[in-house]
Unconditional design. Structure first.
Length: 98
């Protein structure tokens, strides 16, 4: 599954389960590798406080797949870029509709 597909899974889950999530994310604080500054950290206080159904956060783009070293760093960076892009695009679309 690609980074974009995983993030889309996360977006769909959030849209269905956390209305208003889009405005709750502070892009200035967003760091996917930080348990308190990631998407779920900002919404739940800490990544580990997420709902049990998100136990595999990687499948939803909330976490990197557990690999070693540079690959994991690359994946967190790619996930963060994808989330930033999706959030920015959705916010811009919402403003255009107003």
């Amino acid at each position: 599954m690609t980074i974009a597909q995983r993030v889309e899974n996360g977006v769909q889950w959030l849209d269905e389960n956390m209305p208003g999530w889009l405005t709750a994310i502070d892009l200035n604080r967003l760091r996917l590798s930080s348990p308190c500054r990631c998407i779920l950290g900002q919404l739940y206080g800490e990544y580990m406080d997420r709902p049990d159904e998100l136990d595999n956060g990687a499948a939803y783009g909330f976490n990197a797949n557990w690999v070693d070293g540079a690959d994991e760093v690359w994946e967190f960076g790619a996930l963060e870029r994808e989330w930033r892009g999706v959030i920015t695009a959705r916010r811009e679309a919402a403003r255009a509709e107003q």
